[in-house]
Design a protein around this ligand. Structure first.
Ligand code: SF4
Length: 747
């Protein structure tokens, strides 16, 4: 193959377009890795609307990871103390099918669980839902997105009646005020940040506010950095709302016409005077007032957030409290404005569309909703009532299910929970007890493979054709451009074969992933994420496309013309196809609302205010554990190092884990730079070299989460964290726990 393949970066939710060419091109030198192996050439795709040719170091070096430490063949063992032995696919499928039948018969379908990943393509997600939730009758499919953005999903659903970020990346370049809370965008979503930073530098009137306990590279670029105490986000947000109300910056017309529950919210924010809020958050009253003025005086305010908000025991309340600010000031439904959650993984959005969490069904449907279940059953050709009405086990529920013996079979795919779950000692002990664990992944070894009875080699990005959706709802086809190594197969093909062997032959009679996608989009008809106008063929010929994209879109627009800012209007001025909440690029430069009467997906069409007081951290510091540990990610690394740990450049950028400590705390504990520090929480202890820096506030320490047992001894951040979760989103509070620090002295 000699042509260039257009695809999407398979790392983060920014979803940058890539152009990939074969290692050797006539007349050009072949790129080689440190072992001399030829590597594929990767560059940014200038035509991709989301990234416009830009890539960060992870995207630029992705090709170097493709052939390293790959799992080539199915392997099995009877118990965890045995070595794996290679088997054929036929033997592996046979073993898994029999085991599923046994567990189903002896313990019931609810004893079968699958834990998937935002690394899946949409087709993988979809077939997994059909197998588990449809054919097997178990809603126990959850994904690592539960640890990443399930609070954003719950917040959007509760406030707007439907999930889905309503904004686009183009809003980054149209806003007057960017409000970034709980997101180190510069390191974790670098190309989103590049777009915002360029625009901010060129337009000095544009304000950037960053809320983060750390002075991150993102905070460095801000006009105002609010280094709040961990866990005081709701105090801060309610405090800003209090001032907006006091200074009459609220949009009464919007509140009256388009929202509900404002009186309850107004009653809550009444209690958040600037003095009280500044004291709780550990910031100056003046800075709080400046933040409120920036909000109030701006024509267009765009909020961005990610795991710093979502990974919290009150994550949904935090998300809704951000949304409240937009609703009270009418900062939504217009270019450059809106509440925009950034997804962590490349296809976490596709997972939401395909129903890839334990409480969801395809097409932004809910397991609990009888009509939603009936609609899915009809498309899947199931008997009425075949889909269980009970939401399935979430990621952490699966761990406790292993502990109490209610989980009889755990199937993990494309994720590494033995590094990314909270309370790792407990997680690993539970995995040790699993009666039967299937681990399906592209890479080997990984920390989680240690706990598997069956290993299945998965084809990854570049080796299978499928679709991914990025944070701004842009859908991109990612074609296969190389052969999978050994006998690796696409995830959806593995799930479909098991389905057929379980007797669901017609349900899984797909010849290719294009057919899978064609069936999936039927389930999006007339849903907020309607993409019935998309197919592999259409995406191949038209390129990346934002949803909503209904099949009738072109027909319905009649003359096909789109006036400035009037997307989706026909000649007579009627809005007739695009749900107004999810606006699309290209937008207008006008600061007016795109639609005069913005309707939401709630029964009364109004967005709901959520009225929340702050509950604070689930595990606040105390005299025994006086520091708050917060965790996060580094620019060059991705999740649990399965890829970036094997790429020379990214490994050299961040060779080892560390703990950031403020100089005042370090001096008091007599810790010097680079000295080894024992970090203890109520669950475990770890060791990190100290990095003494004013970037972290006194009383708080920071550790990156990437390193697992395979890469560093006793330096796993999540050995320290706890599983206390948000009651609405069931997302664990991975961002904060209480710890003590003990300097390690020689001898
Ligand atoms: Fe890939 Fe994200 Fe970097 Fe873009 S910003 S190149 S999607 S890792």
């Amino acid at each position: 193959m000699t042509e260039v393949t257009k695809t999407l970066c398979p790392y983060c939710g920014v979803g940058c377009g890539l152009e990939v060419s074969p290692p050797a091109q006539p007349g050009k030198a072949t790129h080689r890795d440190s072992q001399g192996n030829p590597i594929w050439r990767v560059r940014g795709d200038k035509a991709h609307p989301s990234s416009q040719g830009m890539v960060c170091v992870k995207g630029a070096t992705i090709a170097e990871s493709l052939d390293k430490n790959r799992l080539h063949y199915p392997m099995v063992r009877d118990s965890l103390d045995q070595k794996f032995r290679r088997v054929s696919w036929d033997e592996a499928f046979d073993l898994i099918t029999k085991r599923i039948q046994t567990v189903r018969f002896t313990q019931g379908p609810e004893a079968i669980c699958m834990y998937g990943s935002g690394q899946f393509q949409t087709e993988d997600y979809y077939i997994a839902q059909k197998l588990l939730k449809g054919c097997l009758g178990s809603n126990n499919f959850d994904a690592n997105s539960r640890l990443c953005m399930s609070s954003a999903v719950a917040g959007y659903i509760q406030s707007f009646g439907a999930d889905g970020p309503p904004c686009c990346y183009e809003d980054l370049e149209l806003t007057d005020c960017a409000f970034l809370i709980g997101t180190n965008t510069a390191e974790c979503h670098p190309i989103v940040f590049n777009r915002l930073e360029k625009y901010h530098k060129k337009n000095r009137k544009v304000k950037m506010i960053v809320v983060d306990p750390r002075r991150t590279p993102t905070a460095e670029a801000a006009d105002l950095h609010l280094a709040i105490r961990p866990g005081t986000d709701i105090d801060l947000l309610n405090g800003i709302a209090h001032l907006l109300m006091r200074w009459n910056y609220i949009d009464v017309g919007f509140i009256d016409d388009c929202t509900s529950n404002f009186p309850a919210y107004a009653e809550v924010i009444r209690h958040y005077s600037p003095e009280i809020v500044a004291d709780r958050c550990g910031i100056d009253v003046k800075d709080l007032e400046t933040a409120a003025r920036y909000w109030g005086e701006s024509q267009r305010v765009l909020s961005l957030w990610s795991m710093g908000v979502n990974q919290s025991s009150e994550g949904t309340a935090k998300v809704r409290t951000i949304i409240n600010l937009h609703l009270m000031t009418g900062q939504i439904g217009k270019p450059g404005a809106g509440p925009f959650s950034l997804t962590g993984q490349p296809n976490a959005m596709g997972g939401r569309e395909a129903g890839g969490l334990a409480h969801l069904l395809p097409g932004y449907r809910l397991v609990k909703n009888p009509q939603h279940r009936a609609e899915v059953e009809e498309v899947w050709g199931l008997k009425r009532g075949q889909i269980s009405p009970n939401p399935g086990l979430t990621a952490w529920d699966m761990i406790t299910g292993l502990e109490d013996g209610t989980v009889g079979l755990l199937w993990i795919a494309a994720t590494n929970p033995a590094v990314s779950m909270p309370d790792l000692e407990r997680t690993k002990a539970a995995l040790m007890r699993s009666p039967f664990t299937i681990y399906q992944d592209a890479y080997y070894p990984t920390e989680t493979a240690t706990y598997a009875h069956v290993l299945l080699p998965a084809a990854q990005w570049s080796e299978k054709t499928g679709v991914m959706t990025n944070s701004e709802r842009t859908v991109t086809l990612c074609p296969a451009f190389r052969r999978p190594p050994g006998e690796a197969k696409a995830d959806w093909e593995i799930f479909a074969e098991i389905g057929r062997r379980l007797g669901f032959v017609g349900e899984f009679a797909f010849a290719n992933s294009a057919e899978v996608y064609a069936e999936f989009v039927k389930l999006t008809r007339d849903r907020p994420c309607d993409m019935t106008g998309l197919s592999h063929e259409q995406l191949r010929s038209q390129g990346p496309t934002q949803w909503p994209h209904p099949a009738e879109e072109m027909g319905r627009t009649g003359d096909g013309e789109k006036e400035d800012g009037e997307m989706g209007r026909t000649g007579d001025g009627e809005i007739n196809f695009t749900p107004p909440l999810h606006h699309k690029s290209p937008s207008t430069t006008s600061s007016k609302r795109l639609y005069t009467n913005l309707r939401f997906h709630t029964p009364d069409g109004r967005a709901r205010f959520g009225a929340y007081h702050s509950r604070g951290l689930a595990e606040p510091p105390d005299p025994d554990y006086p520091f708050v540990l917060t965790t996060g990610r580094l620019y060059g690394h991705w999740h649990t190092l399965t890829r970036t740990g094997r790429i020379e450049k990214t490994r050299q950028m961040h060779p080892e884990p560390f703990i950031e400590i403020h100089p005042r705390d370090a001096a008091r504990l007599e810790i010097t730079d680079n000295q080894l520090v024992e970090v203890r929480s109520r669950r475990s202890k770890t060791f990190f070299p100290a990095k003494i820096t004013k970037a972290i506030a006194p009383g708080t320490v920071f550790v990156p989460m990437h390193w697992g047992a395979l890469w560093a001894d006793n330096a796993e951040a999540n050995a320290l964290t706890h599983p206390e979760s948000c009651p609405d989103s069931l997302q664990p509070e991975l961002k904060a726990c209480a710890v003590q620090l003990i300097p390690v002295t020689a001898g």
